[in-house]
Write a protein that binds this ligand. Sequence first.
Ligand code: ZN
Length: 399
Amino acid sequence: MFRKYSATWIMPLDRPPIKNGIVVVDNDGTILEVIDTGGKVNEQERLEYHSGILVPGFVNAHCHLELSWMKGLIPEKIGLVSFIGEINKLRKDVSEKDVLKAARNADVRMYHDGISLTGDISNSSITADIKAKSRISWYNFVEVFGFHPSRADRALDMAMEIWGEYNRLGLKASIVPHAPYSVSESLFKKLDLLDDVKGGVVSIHNQESHDEDRFFKSGDGRLPFHYSQNLGLDISHWKPTGQSSLRSVLPYLNSNKSLLLVHNTFMEENDLSYLIKTRDSENTYLVLCPAANLYIEDKLPPLDLFRHYRMKICLGTDSLASNHSLSILNEMLILQENFPDIHLSEMLSWACLNGAKALGMEHQFGSITPGKKPGLALIKGADLQELRLTKRSSVKRLA
Ligand SMILES: [Zn+2]
């Protein structure tokens, strides 16, 4: 049995917006047909008409589901290094029950808010069961840390174990480095040697604070203090490279694999031009999490620069530790308010299509294309003349 959905606008993303178009969907969510009605839709059997903009399900390219219980616990605008300190303190004191309850609620909420696919950072397998039963599809990034070289083998062993749990449940997963400043050279090298099954898509937090570049360029800033005083680590082996963090670690990130650079809040133009020179732009993605950037550093990434260089942009929510909601619509609204020239169709290509490509799931997600199963979401309360979001905009899942 099929159903037909029509709305004031359909934005399929594989073709221009269609006024009063119709999307025919199979029982299992597969798109059967997209019909251009020439703007006139007649009443017909099994047709649901909605006022609003019908879009494919969103792709949240960066989330940490297992941190959902931290909602509202960390003060805003304290800077990344203090934020990480707070995360470490909170982590010691939580029950498994509370972690699971918050993660379960967040999973359901994200589904209803139109998210169909999520790239999720996992430091454990605690959310694996939730993901196996979820109506959202999950690509899991099993993340490793290890600033001191002596930790490399143990960090990788632990990650292999977690990866194994995801693999047993049939969930997609790869093992990835946390950030340039938290992974030693020897751990980077070991990660680079992983086969495509364990390290197919690579994700890394990048230039989320100014301290990260300072640590690499000159060795100062707040990171060395954090490592030596807060964590009690021996940092005597650390030698600044004299270059930005991104340039310093890019040689360890396999250029044949898809790479998601997450945040990029403090990325500079020379890093962008270097990135373009050294990597294929087809498999290099910049994932932006504007709400989390405002929450932690009170700064937005240089989006005009990214667009100037025609970078492939994706959107993510980061976790509820640094965001008030896990809503891709809200991330788009923040961008529209701060960069008013960007058209909704461009932002939707970031919020849907690019995320699906980045996670290697474009065959199923990202656009309303016959044969795909992207999910359907309705954006209500938008400006339907200008095709822009407004403060009243909200999202409702239709299929
Ligand atoms: Zn993150």
